[in-house]
Write a protein that binds this ligand. Structure first.
Ligand code: 5GP
Length: 207
């Protein structure tokens, strides 16, 4: 039965500092055989504790630009001076095998995915407030004042993009946000157009 059903392409996006990474890590800290994470490629330097091939694939500008040229990316964006992008091959593989794949990306990239894949599931992670968002960016502690101001400006513009998403999940508490996201995924799997083929024979009167 599964063979008729492609996996879901799930895009988790939202403003800088809203906690996308934390929520995503929490989702993947629990066993879920059918949900896969798309590891992004970036040209930014690894932060302390980040591992190449786990958190990101860390590449040089030249390597990244080569991947753009070769059409190896589903989407990419420049964000605060660095490239970030989604390798297309793993996404295709998962979907074809009927596995769900989750992308955790910023909003410009999410919109590019929406153009290429309108049937995807687009989830916007929203902050409880702008003040809260600023605290989170500051508390990350890895950014200069200029970078913080830059990220806040980007975040305000990004909030307006909520309009283009299917669902909005407030990140008031990481566990609550994860529960909401899992419920959305469960419901999406039960959409009539995805499951009706299972009942086709029954409806047509076959034994
Ligand atoms: P950070 O440098 O904090 O890890 O990530 C900065 C931003 O880039 C975050 O909003 C993160 O979601 C986003 N990002 C990570 N990977 C990708 C990607 O492959 N494509 C796009 N467009 N954004 C990404």
């Amino acid at each position: 039965m599964r063979m008729y059903e492609k996996g879901l392409l799930i895009v988790l996006s939202g403003p800088s500092g809203v906690g996308k990474g934390t929520v995503r890590k929490e989702i993947f800290s629990h066993e879920n055989a059918n949900l896969h994470y798309s590891i992004s490629i970036t040209t930014r330097k690894p932060r302390e504790g980040e591992i190449d091939g786990v958190d990101y694939f860390f590449k040089t500008n030249e390597e990244f630009e080569k991947m753009i040229e070769n059409n190896e990316l589903l989407e990419y964006a420049q964000y605060v001076g660095n490239y970030y992008g989604t390798p297309i091959s793993y996404v295709r593989k998962c979907l074809d095998e009927g596995k769900d794949i989750l992308l955790e990306i910023e909003v410009q990239g999410a919109m590019k995915v929406k153009n290429a894949f309108p049937e995807g599931l687009f989830i916007f992670l929203a902050p409880p407030s702008l003040g809260e968002l600023k605290n989170r960016i500051i508390n990350r502690g890895t950014e200069s004042d200029e970078l913080i101001a830059n990220r806040m400006n980007v975040a305000k513009e990004e909030l307006e993009m909520m309009e283009l998403y299917d669902y909005v999940v407030e990140n008031d508490k990481v566990e609550y946000a994860c529960e909401r996201i899992k419920s959305i995924i469960t419901a999406e799997h039960l959409k009539k157009d995805r499951v009706k083929h299972r009942y086709k024979k029954l409806i047509e009167g076959d034994k």
